[in-house]
Design a binder for this molecule. Structure first.
Ligand SMILES: Nc1nc2c(c(=O)[nH]1)N[C@H]1C(S)=C(S)[C@@H](COP(=O)(O)O)O[C@H]1N2
Ligand SMILES: [Mo]
Length: 514
């Protein structure tokens, strides 16, 4: 029999594997709770753990997934979440035991787990900054809490371990993370209440009918009416502000005869106007997709301004949102006949929270950064020489009229298509001026006129299409529009800063050998 050192049995190693494992599991739970809370507080579309669970579900091969769902029935979702969390905590416990080797080992595991979370979160259609920040909060919690729990243990005398100290620290971590989780729930609660209020609204609006002939019916051309869920999203808000209709108020002040405050009900008592308006972002690159067309419903901005009575020397309105974003809008664009709106609905539904619920501004003909204030709460009637708005402070132009642009949707750049007859198409826009003509050019040949879809007025994009004959091999296609003033879209390539990109959209495509 081998000789056994009797002390080895009498003095257990400290910290023991199980203590370190427990510390790891506790740390794991703390990080899950804080990152989940951060995701909720930032109103990220999903927390990291549900995102991983969803990824597991989506990546599970179909037949296996079906078998599993049959096995556990409708409990599949909670069960999946539970399993994901259990596996995660198991890995964290194992990471905790690695502390005995070197305190940096668990950090590596945590970084790897965060990487998995990031990959899962990025699969969502609109991940947003909130999800990434939530992961970061979780990672920092893991790294800090594990040190907090295990650091003091590592220096302790194995013969006289302070189990009590460890238990106290563990208790504190547990209480702290539950408190943070509670805070996250409260923050998320305000969003839930607003969503609830939104669902209960019954607005005097219609769904909007796509005008006959607006869609040219070419597969691959972006729909004339952009579905709300595909509508681009641009804002500086980490989390969309939660503004309930009952709390909403627009204060109109500054160079006015009388300051007015308009509540949500007051706004609905103004005559309601509805219109198709194509909204575009100044950051849209040539050929880009930061543009969308929707049916907007709301009160006319000019009716609201008339109630306040604007001073004749005023030429601007400084708009401020609930999250303190600002933009300067030319006063005339809000008072002329273009039917700028304080919109309450988009595509026949109350505005989605992300698109500015309960009220946003929509001004045909101007880029969003100088007009389309989401969660709008304050209008100061003023003069351009007295104000600086969020983006103008950062080098973008004071005025932002939309530039005439056109885009090729099919064929896609770099695609291979069947020939020799190729259907081409896309859209063109010059909001508030209108599109008169769209031309295309194949392989540097003559410019030819495309067929145009109909448009209800000058404020929306129009679709264009044509049929070309193209031999097998590589081709280049370019498009340009002419606006209703007879101006041809410029070929000069300009960047999006300071007031919108210019240049012709060009795609390369390949016609396959028959
Ligand atoms: N409160 C607020 N409103 C805002 C912005 C913002 O950052 N904050 N961005 C503007 C910009 S730059 C654009 S292009 C449009 C985009 O609107 P959407 O997100 O509904 O498409 O909103 C505008 N309204
Ligand atoms: Mo924008």
């Amino acid at each position: 029999m081998p000789e056994v050192d009797p002390r080895a049995r009498l003095v257990p190693t400290w910290p023991s594997r199980s203590t370190l494992g427990l510390a790891g599991a506790l740390t794991g739970a703390a990080g899950v709770l804080t990152s989940q809370a951060a995701a909720m507080a930032l109103r990220a579309p999903s927390g990291p753990v549900p995102a991983v669970a969803a990824a597991v579900r989506d990546l599970t091969p179909g037949p296996l997934a079906v078998r599993l769902v049959h096995l556990v029935g409708s409990a599949d979702k909670p069960l999946l979440l539970l399993c994901t969390t259990a596996i995660l905590l198991g890995i964290c416990a194992w990471a905790g035991t690695l502390t005995a080797r070197h305190p940096l080992w668990p950090d590596l595991v945590f970084v790897a787990l965060t990487g998995v979370g990031l990959a899962a979160v990025l699969r969502a259609p609109h991940p947003g900054t909130g999800s990434g920040l939530a992961l970061l909060v979780g990672l920092i919690t893991w790294i800090v809490v594990l040190r907090l729990l295990t650091g003091p243990l590592l220096g302790e005398d194995p013969a006289d371990p302070s189990r009590r100290g460890f238990l106290v620290r563990s208790g504190l971590v547990l209480v702290g993370s539950v408190a943070v989780a509670g805070f996250g729930r409260i923050a998320a609660g305000s969003r839930r209440q607003v969503e609830q209020a939104r669902r209960l609204l019954r607005l005097p609006i219609t769904q909007g009918v796509v005008p006959a002939g607006a869609a040219v019916g070419v597969e691959g051309v972006q729909p004339w009416r952009t579905p709300t869920e595909d509508f681009y999203l641009i804002d500086t808000a980490l989390a969309p502000p939660s503004v309930a209709p009952a709390e909403w108020e627009l204060r109109v002040h500054g160079m006015v005869e009388r300051e007015v405050r308009i509540g949500y009900r007051d706004l609905l008592e103004f005559p309601q106007t509805e219109a198709w308006v194509t909204l575009a972002c100044v950051s849209n690159q040539v050929g880009g997709d930061l543009i969308g067309n929707a049916w907007w419903s709301g009160a006319l901005t000019r009716d609201v301004l008339e109630r306040a009575g604007v001073h004749p020397d005023a030429n601007a309105v400084l708009q401020t949102s609930a999250d303190k974003w600002t933009c300067g809008t030319p006063l005339n664009a809000l008072t002329d006949d273009r039917n700028a709106l304080l919109a309450v609905a988009m595509n026949g539904q109350p505005l989605p929270v992300e698109h500015g619920f309960p009220v946003r501004t929509v001004v045909p003909g101007l880029y969003g950064y100088v007009s389309a204030t989401k969660w709008v709460v304050d209008w100061e009637v003023t003069r351009f020489d007295r104000i600086e708005a969020y983006w103008t402070k950062r080098g973008w132009s004071e005025k932002g009229p939309v530039k005439t642009q056109s885009r090729i949707d099919v064929p896609r750049n770099g695609s291979s298509v069947d020939g020799p007859t190729v259907e081409i198409g896309g859209s063109a826009w010059a909001q508030h001026t209108g599109i008169e003509q769209v031309e295309y050019q194949l392989d540097g040949g003559p410019w030819r006129t495309a067929q145009l879809g109909t448009a209800p007025g000058p404020d929306t994009w129009v679709q264009w299409t044509a049929t070309v004959q193209a031999a097998p091999g590589g081709h280049i296609l370019a498009v340009r529009a002419t606006n209703a003033d007879g101006r041809v879209q410029t070929a000069v390539r300009r960047d999006v800063t300071p007031n919108g990109a210019t240049g012709w959209h060009t795609v390369r495509f390949h016609v396959a050998q028959p």
